[in-house]
Design a protein around this ligand. Structure first.
Ligand code: ZN
Length: 318
């Protein structure tokens, strides 16, 4: 650090411009997700400590700052690193406004933010995804695209986990929220935000064969829809305290299965198993779409990363 090296940072900006910038670089382009159906796009955000990385490259590996700089710029994190529930060095997560690196205590100007978006491939997301990709800047790999494969069942349970983390399962509000989230996922074309406006209770309809209807503050769902929503409520809450909570009260698996059997739900789905766990397995397969393949499209926003690597390198080289 004492030796002043005259290496020019390959930045297109003048130094004055870089200095004038706020510590958190303003994004020139916000991605518009409003055209995507709810529940089809997941967002992950993590921070990368560039002080940690530069130290590894320059001290441990003995690279010159210029070489370290180009190596780091090329760094392509894996999907696992970007989306892991618990980040590992040199990545870290923090809810604080101006956190320090938990590994080396470096302040915010050393951190780069990496946002990752995961779009589930489907008919409903194909067109908006293509339009979005077209609109992204192509230079300098500001955005990195990665495709991966999964299956309906895995995605469904990931979605459940995400819901569980967002909701307060001790209250009562979550049941409506889960029902709505499920309906949004199941029928993305309906404007559920509008349907749920002012809804205080969700009930099983005795008139409808499919779909839903509003009656004042009550939303009536056709039995098949209602029963699937019950199952989702059960699955969200079954690991919480004693059994699953649903719009029909707290149910053990046996009670849930019995209820769905009497309502004709199991017959309608061709489920003839007697064992409650076999029945659950079949219901979940029916609900989720089982093992059928789904394509996942990841978009990694590297803009803050590229920007920060530049400024951090300029500091190293100065
Ligand atoms: Zn660090």
């Amino acid at each position: 650090m004492q030796v002043k090296k005259k290496i020019k940072a390959p930045s297109t900006k003048s130094k004055g411009q870089t200095k004038a910038k706020a510590p958190v670089a303003k994004k020139p382009l916000e991605l518009d997700w409003s055209v995507f159906p709810p529940g089809m796009v997941n967002e992950y955000s993590t921070r990368l400590c560039l002080a940690c990385i530069f130290k590894i490259f320059t001290v441990q590996l003995g690279l010159a700052p210029r070489t370290a700089y180009s190596e780091i710029r090329r760094h392509a994190p894996t999907i696992e690193e970007l989306t892991a529930p618990v980040a590992a060095r040199p990545y870290f997560d923090s809810d604080e406004k101006s956190p320090h690196c938990p590994y080396c205590d470096a302040a915010g100007r050393w951190h780069a933010r990496l946002d990752t978006y995961r779009i589930e491939g489907s008919k409903a997301t194909d067109a908006p995804r293509r339009a979005l990709l077209k609109s992204l800047p192509k230079s300098e790999e500001q955005f990195q695209l990665i495709e991966a494969k999964s299956d309906r069942r895995t995605l469904f349970f990931e979605w459940l986990d995400m819901l569980r983390r967002q909701l307060d399962l001790d209250g009562d509000e979550w049941m409506l929220a889960v029902t709505r989230a499920y309906l949004e996922r199941r029928e993305p074309k309906t404007n559920w935000a509008e349907v749920f406006e002012g809804v205080r209770a969700v009930r099983r309809s005795h008139r409808l064969e499919e779909g839903f209807e509003r009656d004042g503050a009550r939303l009536f769902l056709a039995p098949a829809l209602y029963n699937d929503a019950l199952l989702v409520q059960y699955l969200v809450s079954r690991s919480h305290r004693h059994g699953g909570r649903t719009l029909e009260g707290r149910l053990t698996l046996m009670e849930l299965v019995r209820r769905l059997r009497y309502s004709g739900h199991l017959d309608a789905q061709g489920i003839t198993e007697r064992d409650q766990f076999d029945v659950l397995e079949k219901m979940v397969e029916h609900l989720t779409g089982g093992e059928s393949a789904v394509k996942l499209h990841y978009i990694i926003d590297r803009r803050d990363f590229l920007e920060k690597v530049r400024t951090v390198y300029a500091r190293y080289a100065a």
